[in-house]
Write a protein that binds this ligand. Sequence first.
Ligand SMILES: Cc1cc2nc3c(=O)[nH]c(=O)nc-3n(C[C@H](O)[C@H](O)[C@H](O)COP(=O)(O)OP(=O)(O)OC[C@H]3O[C@@H](n4cnc5c(N)ncnc54)[C@H](O)[C@@H]3O)c2cc1C
Length: 353
Amino acid sequence: MIEKNSSLKAFNSFSINAKAELLFRFQNLSQQPELLALIKKTKAQNKPILVLGGGSNTLFCSDFDGLVIKVELMGVDITQDQDNHLLTVAAGENWHQLVEKTIEQGVYGLENLALIPGIVGAAPVQNIGAYGVEFKDMCSSVDYIDLEDGTSHTLSNEDCLFAYRDSTFKGKLKDRALITSVSMKLPKQWQAHCRYGLLQGLDETESTVSAQQIFDSVCTIRSEKLPDPNVIGNAGSFFKNPIVSEQFCQQLLSHHPDMPHYPQEGQMEKLAAGWLIDQCGLKGKKVGGAAVHMQQALVLINDNGKATAQDVIDLAWFVREQVLLKFAVLLEHEVRFIDQDGETNLQKVVNNV
Ligand SMILES: Cc1cc2nc3c(=O)[nH]c(=O)nc-3n(C[C@H](O)[C@H](O)[C@H](O)COP(=O)(O)OP(=O)(O)OC[C@H]3O[C@@H](n4cnc5c(N)ncnc54)[C@H](O)[C@@H]3O)c2cc1C
């Protein structure tokens, strides 16, 4: 299943026109020997390799001069022990469809993470999270193939080094691990999580709130707040919520008393990147075909379907500069930037290094 000079437009939620020199669709573990041979050949030519899921957290800054491995492994296995439902899910399964399926089967715990685009295999990479719940809360282990030597491994939750939008797959194992499946443990004694954001309207202490209700609320809130990537190209939250010291947060609050802030461990505070961008008056700001979303300032969109990667890069840089000027806070992007040689970042692409 090797395609040459293949378009990636349908494989990234920004709908950016980019091409991969080689594209391999990894649909079955029996293709592993063929894949490993292709990886070896690509490395011998000193070309880059990219593992791709649904492309919903990826900005292609240019064509990719190497091998893209699109993970399409399928399969869901749900068993149980006395206290837990145990899930083993192949990496290519769609995350939201998995959440839907578990709720339908009376298996609860994933409902807060409904409507997050992308595949299951990408969930550990940035430890996806929403409405007070993160992937790390239910992950028991992650299986991966080491692209350096073709060996297979299983990492425990602790070994994944999960943190806010972070894991070992963005650190030590970056560009090295191809996740093939994940295992999750969901306690049968279900606990609602409704303390975060707009879910606060639901009372988690009442025995009447159900997982289905939370799932429905999350879907409604997200559909109202976030643009559907199938209609308007985007990659969700473009920037991470910055984490600053308590002391610096107090300085900001003295000038901006209504600034949202969330206490973190170690005398740190999490700020809302969307609020900071909004305060700079940037909702609706356009650069070429890219724009800051009118309803949610944290989301950059492919406004007319014709945005180039350069438009998105220029807009992201402008937003970062404005927030830095007004609040002295440096925004880091959550979206992964990929150029012809592999992963890069906003600073590098703007400075052409
Ligand atoms: C509208 C919208 C809303 C969103 N909301 C949220 C949200 O609430 N919370 C949140 O955390 N994220 C959110 N996101 C971001 C995104 O959906 C998640 O990061 C998701 O996990 C990305 O999945 P993907 O398959 O599209 O990953 P891709 O964009 O394909 O890949 C992302 C990264 O993971 C790596 N990767 C993918 N698959 C594998 C694999 N099998 N093995 C190893 N590495 C792999 C890639 O190399 C890349 O570095 C949102 C995005 C959109 C468009």
